[in-house]
Every structure is written in C-alpha cells, then in structure tokens.
Design a protein around this ligand. Structure first.
Ligand code: NAD
Length: 516
C-alpha cells in the first residue's frame, strides 16, 4: 500500500512529550496536522514548544526560519476532539490507560469517516484490546514511536488480531515517508523492542546481584568490549528505575510470570528508596544537583594494574572465526602465534601461554571446565563485538589457576592494548551471556510470529542503538555455539530462565542461520 499522501490530514491526540513530537514529525513531512489535547491550552502550548525547539535548530544553523514558519503553519491546535473529524489518520498519544484509550477511540469512530485510519502510540497496552469494542477494528493499529519522536528513528507498526494488512502496510509506508525506520510487529507484550531488550538490563542486574563485579566495571565492559553505546546501569539511570522496572513488571506479568522476564530485587530496592536515576539525583550512580559539585564523581571501572611479564609464544589450537581477529591483534602486537591442529571434539578453540589455557567462555564457569577437563591453569575470556578494536575485556579464572598464571593472562590482554577486568568466576561472563540472551529473546519473538528476524534486528539497532542486531550477531557466532552457551547457563543455574528458544535450537541443529 502506498504511504498516505502529504495532502492527508493527520490528527494527533495528546499534546504531551510523545504527541507533540509525533505532530512535529508529521508536519515536517508536509502534512496538515491537528493537535488535540483535552486540557484547555495544552495543544497550543505543545505547538509553542515545538516552535521553540525548532528555533534552537535555526540558531545552530541547522534549519531556516522559513522552514520553521512553514512547519508551524501546518500545525493547528484544538481543544475539542471534534476538530479531528476530517483527519485521514488519527494517532493517539494520551495517558497509558486502557479504558480512557477505548473511550477516545469510540469517540473517534463516531466522529471520523469509516476510511480514517486509527493508531495508538501505546507502549504497553494490547492493540487488540484497545480495538475490541470498535465497530471497525480492522483499521486500527499501533504506531509506536520512541522518545523523543523527532529524533528516534524507529516506529513499530503493531497489528492487533483484527488489523488488516492493508492498514498496517499503509502505516508502515507512511512512517517510512516520514523518514523513519519502520518494522512490523504483532500485538504481544512489549512488542519487539521492549521485549527483546529485557535481558540487556536483566543480565546486568543479575551479575551485580551475584557480585560478579561492580556497576561501573560492568558498564565499561558492555561499552568497551560489547560495543554498546551505554552500559545497562547508566542506561537504567537515564531511563529512570520507576519506568524501567514498570516495563519489566508489565512484560513479566503479561507473559504469566515467565522467569525470563523476572524483575530484579536490586532494581526494586532502588525504586523503593526513590533512587530513580538521573531524575532523582541518585540511582546506581550519583548525579550532581544544581549548585552541587562534590561527592558526585562517577566511580571508575576496576581494571587490573599494568603487568610487565615476558610473554611466551601463543599456541593456538582450533581457532575459529570468532577469535581470529584476536589472534591477528596478538600478531600485530609482536607476539609469536603458533597454530596447532584442533584436538577438541567440539572445535572449541584454546590458546596456550605456556601451561596457561585461555578459552572463550561457553556459558560454563571456569571451575566447572577446569574440573571436567582436568585443567590446572584456566582463564576464560568474554565475547567482544570486535576483538580487533575492543578496548577492554572480562576475564575469570578457575580456582585451580595460580596468581602467576592470572598475571600472565592480564599481561597478554594488556599487551594487545586492552583494559582487563577480573570477574568472580561467573558463567557466560558479561557480553556473551547478554548477547546470547538478547538473541534468544529475539529468536522466540520470531518463533511466535511477533516479527521477522530482519525486523527484530532492525528494531534493536534503530530503536535502542544496539551495535549489531542480536540475531545477526548470533549467526556470526554460530548458532550451535549460542545454543550451547544458553544450555550451559541453564545447567549452571538450574533455571528455566536460560532455556534456549526452540527456534534457535532447531536452526542450530539444522545448520541454518537467521539471515541467509
Ligand atoms: P504525557 O503525560 O507527556 O502526555 C499525555 C497528554 O495526553 C497530556 O497532555 C494529557 O493532557 C493528554 N490527555 C490525557 N487524556 C486525554 C484525553 N482523554 N483526551 C485528550 N488528551 C488527553 O504522556 P507521553 O509520555 O506523551 O505518553 C503518551 C503515550 O505514549 C502513552 O500511551 C505512552 O505509553 C506512550 N509512549 C510514551 C513514551 C515515553 O517515553 N514517554 C514512549 C513511547 C510511547
């Protein structure tokens, strides 16, 4: 279906943070927009606010005053809902309350023509449920923008049970015409992004709760090794713990208590203490209030002090594509790298520095691998987005590993120019377990028909700036490895939370990938 033409009038209900932003996006794309809010004067205030923000862009030379005037001329405030009668599409962005939203859509149905498309920007309510009492629920869908709507690229086009493909496709193409990245999703709890992103927070919280390391070190590892723009703790502080906890709770409840979405006691305690993050001045970190300077320095990650030890040749057994860039980096750092035939049955690569074995984590802790495989000196290292450019890495040693062998491991990664963070011996370390769980959640969303693999990856990159789509990342690691990692995590904890998605398992067994 083609996008709505710019001659189509767009109605927006709710002139708060989201509604005003969406109205701005539609007006910038060339539509006449009627912005309605039931608080007298709120719609006009919303448009005044848009003007102020656009004029800041003029001051920075990013926009002309003429463009601003044209955009503002296309925005019309309305205190009465009747003004939306001639709209071709109405997007609702009012309070997140099912009953109130249902009432507003019932009013719209009575007011607008039968061909008017109806959309809700809800982040957590079911589109099927909002549309249930409509006479024509087939023309209603979710159009989920992210905050701030003029900046964030992603729009999830959410189909309820009754939504026609025609309606969803028109909204999809319209979002694209408005300069957005659009993805299709079916109306299920959390849609794509708010569901697939849960492990990003949950695994961080779990590592903290289990004293694997501290928040600053875990954040630094997710940035410097994982390539994420922010670590989970700084991101939760930015989102606000009340909001982040509420989303987790709502997804957990909506999936009937599936332990994969289980909220964290660590975060609950912050909410109880009203340490909501940046907005309250305190969360995992402290934030300076106005006029306050002292006592708010951000804690630094705990990286190992420099170790200067002569390094023996690196003997490589069974290297695979994942760690090949690490070996290239070692060679470039002047180390002797010697390849040997693989002796591991599962093809898992091992690196030897004298008697010390370095191995990529596979979801088991170092103690378990050392005991099972009869190894004395074993250090596990974490996954990196790109071993060539990563500037930090997490390590964990088995209880059998001597302090000297640990020093050797530190010296090796430091020689490559990486900061080294020693974790307590934790299964799956930090980046690997998070990426495996993100991919697992995305795989289940695909299995359940919530989205395609392509849209799942696109949503996570455009919606929350992930450096790589979780499924493409899993493909590149090899699905058998990701499946094995999850199975090991499940065995390590004895928890269903880490169970592998059946789709991931099937694809691993049949040597398929998510993206052919
Ligand atoms: P907000 O509180 O900033 O704004 C809501 C606006 O709706 C207010 O101006 C209010 O006066 C108006 N309103 C309330 N009831 C109304 C009614 N019956 N008729 C007309 N106007 C009414 O809220 P927001 O953050 O903009 O969120 C709006 C919607 O967008 C919610 O459904 C929310 O879940 C969703 N959403 C929010 C975000 C976010 O980060 N804030 C992101 C994506 C989606």
């Amino acid at each position: 279906m083609p996008a709505l033409p710019t001659s189509a009038v767009i109605g927006v209900i709710g002139a708060g943070a989201m509604g005003a932003g969406i109205a701005q996006v539609a007006a910038q794309a060339g539509h006449q927009v009627i912005l309605h809010d039931n608080q007298p004067g709120a719609a006009k205030a919303g448009i005044d606010n848009i003007r102020r923000q656009l004029e800041q862009r003029v001051a920075k030379g990013k926009m002309s005053q003429g463009d601003v005037d044209n955009i503002i001329a296309r925005l019309q405030p309305a205190d009465a809902i009747d003004a939306l009668a001639d709209s071709h599409l109405v997007i609702e962005a009012i309070v997140e309350n099912l009953e109130i939203k249902r009432q507003v859509f019932a009013q719209l149905e009575a007011l607008c023509s039968p061909g008017t498309l109806l959309a809700s920007n809800t982040s957590s309510l079911s589109i099927t449920s909002i549309a249930a009492n409509l006479e024509r629920p087939e023309r209603m869908a979710g159009l989920h923008f992210f905050n701030p709507a003029p900046v964030m690229k992603l729009v999830e086009v959410v189909s309820g049970l009754a939504t026609t493909n025609e309606a969803a496709d028109t909204l999809f193409d319209t979002a694209i015409a408005w300069g957005k990245v659009a993805v299709h999703a079916s109306s299920t709890p959390g849609f794509i992004v708010n569901r697939v992103a849960r492990p990003f927070y949950a695994e961080g919280l779990r590592l903290l709760q289990e004293s694997a390391s501290d928040a600053a070190t875990l954040d630094a590892l997710m940035r410097q090794a994982g390539g994420f723009r922010m670590g989970p703790f700084e991101l939760m502080d930015l989102i606000g713990h009340d909001v982040n906890y509420a989303v987790t709770r709502s997804v957990f409840d909506a999936y009937y208590g599936d332990t994969r979405f289980k909220p964290s006691l660590v975060q609950h305690a912050l909410v109880e203490a009203k340490r909501l993050g940046r907005k309250s001045g305190q969360g995992f970190y402290d934030y300076p209030r106005e006029g306050q300077r002292e006592g708010t320095e951000k804690p630094q990650p705990k990286f190992a002090a420099p170790v200067n030890t002569k390094l023996p040749a690196l003997v490589v057994q069974g290297a695979n594509g994942t760690i090949a860039p690490l070996l290239e980096r070692a060679q470039e750092a002047g180390l002797d790298v010697v390849h040997r035939e693989s002796l591991q049955q599962d093809g898992t690569p091992r690196l030897y520095l004298g008697d010390l074995i370095l191995a990529l984590s596979d979801g088991r802790c170092a103690a378990e691998r050392a005991v099972n495989e009869g190894l004395e000196a074993l250090v596990l290292f974490d996954l990196c987005l790109d071993y060539r450019s990563a500037s930090a890495i997490a390590l964990a040693a088995s209880h059998t590993t001597s302090p000297e062998a640990r020093q050797l491991a530190t010296a090796f990664f430091q020689r490559l120019g990486m900061d080294v963070a020693w974790l307590t011996d934790t299964p799956g370390l930090v980046v690997l377990r998070t990426v495996a769980m993100l991919a697992n959640e995305a795989a289940d969303a695909v299995l359940q028909g919530v989205c395609s693999a392509q849209d799942g990856d696109l949503a996570m990159q455009a919606g929350v700036n992930y450096p790589r789509g979780p499924l493409a990342w899993a493909d590149s690691l090899g699905l058998p490895f990701v499946h094995r990692t999850l199975t090991h995590l499940q065995q390590s904890y004895g928890e269903e939370r880490y169970r592998s998605s059946f789709l991931l398992r099937r694809k691993a067994l049949s040597e398929e990938s998510f993206h052919e």
